[in-house]
Design a protein around this ligand. Structure first.
Ligand code: TXA
Ligand code: MG
Length: 347
């Protein structure tokens, strides 16, 4: 049976956090909020506990996990701390940046899927930070969703997916970034394996040159294997079939109106993923805004919630606008394209 507690990030109830930390220390699973998405945590140094994470999510074991820490002295977990990693930690930790380094022997193979590198992140959410500190171990935590579903950004999403499958759920309101952390590999030349809360521009400002794994914006094939194993799986997926319509705004609106009318005539329930600026221009179907083009952070923050809303509305097909692939828009479009199985219509 799952124990569910709602806590206030700004005034967290220590006795609840102590209980949750005890569950971690004794090899159990605890869902907790972070500033990106909710995480499904267990003691990263206890292989049996880590296996419970894979079981609860239905996650393939060849997909490695991020370990979450409460401080920047990570020497124990890595072979060495490269200069670039030190610069990134100084600038962006705590925060939505995961850094991949060569692992030390204390990190079990179940965490890294047998690879010789480990992903580490220090979250800025105070509930997460306190839980890790009280647990006195690093906490392994993937997003707290059933594998393949959109990552959870509020406690309702977590309960829908994981009630009865984990020991404790800590609620702490809506996550503010709404998309997962940026993953950067610094074992060689700095390379972004997953775009996220910290943008390419922010990383370049610290490191100078930063590369992007070419696999992140395209469908994986033989020649284009993503270096982040998780990026190859169908992900962030609503139940409906989804299309992204890309091009000049007026043409996009016309095309989506044409497609949603066609779907309606075929007896299909259509959903439209619009923006605050365009939402009034649509005529048919379930029309939701993912946020404002003037402030794309709002789009990042609500994308996964909207995808889950379409699931609840039981739509058969979703037509989505695209946004420019710059700043946080790169991460938004990476998640949208994966959710759409790379179905992009250009007009
Ligand atoms: O914001 C986040 O990062 C959230 C919160 C809970 O912290 N966590 C999260 O974890 O998104 P997960 O497991 O859903 O995504 C981790 C990603 C996967 O794509 C995984 O393949 C990749 O990081 N990854 C982990 N370790 C890696 C490694 N050693 N080398 C390459 N990729 C790695
Ligand atoms: Mg995930």
């Amino acid at each position: 049976e799952t124990k569910v507690y709602d806590i206030n990030e700004n005034n967290p109830d220590l006795s609840i956090l102590k209980c949750a930390a005890k569950v971690i220390k004794s090899g159990g699973t605890v869902v907790f909020p972070t500033e990106t998405v909710y995480g499904l945590g267990a003691d990263a140094l206890n292989p049996e506990a880590v296996l419970k994470i894979f079981a609860a999510k239905g996650r393939p074991q060849d997909n490695p996990l991020i370990i979450h820490v409460a401080h920047t002295n990570i020497e124990k977990y890595v072979r060495e701390v490269p200069k670039s990693a030190q610069l990134l930690m100084d600038k962006f930790w705590p925060g939505p940046l995961t850094i991949i380094m060569k692992k030390s022997d204390v990190i079990p193979d179940v965490i890294t899927a047998g690879m010789d590198s480990v992903a580490i992140r220090m979250p800025s959410n105070k509930i997460a930070g306190k839980l890790i500190e009280l647990s006195e171990v690093p906490i392994a935590a993937p997003s707290a969703n059933i594998s393949g579903r959109p990552s959870p950004t509020n406690i309702k999403h977590v309960i829908d997916d994981l009630l009865g499958r984990v020991d404790v759920i800590l609620g702490g309101g809506r996550t503010n970034v709404g998309l997962e952390s940026t993953v950067i590999d610094v074992t060689g030349r700095p390379t972004i394996l997953r775009p996220g809360g910290i943008t390419l521009e922010q990383l370049k400002a610290v490191l100078g040159e930063v590369f992007i794994d070419p696999a992140i914006m395209k469908a994986a094939d033989e020649n284009l294997k993503p270096r982040s194993p998780g990026m190859k799986y169908r992900h962030y997926s609503p139940k409906a079939f989804m299309y992204i319509v890309e091009g000049e705004q007026k043409k996009v609106i016309n095309k989506i109106n044409e497609l949603s009318l066609k779907s309606k005539n075929e007896g299909l329930k259509a959903g439209i993923l619009a923006t605050d600026e365009t939402i009034k221009k649509y005529l048919n179907g379930y029309i939701l805004s993912m946020g404002s083009r003037e402030n794309t952070d709002t789009i990042a923050a609500s994308l996964f919630d909207r995808l889950r809303e379409f699931d609840e509305l039981n739509v058969d097909v979703i037509y989505a606008e695209s946004i420019p692939e710059e700043d946080i828009g790169l991460a938004v479009m990476n998640r949208m394209k994966k959710a759409a199985g790379y179905n992009v219509i250009r007009v």
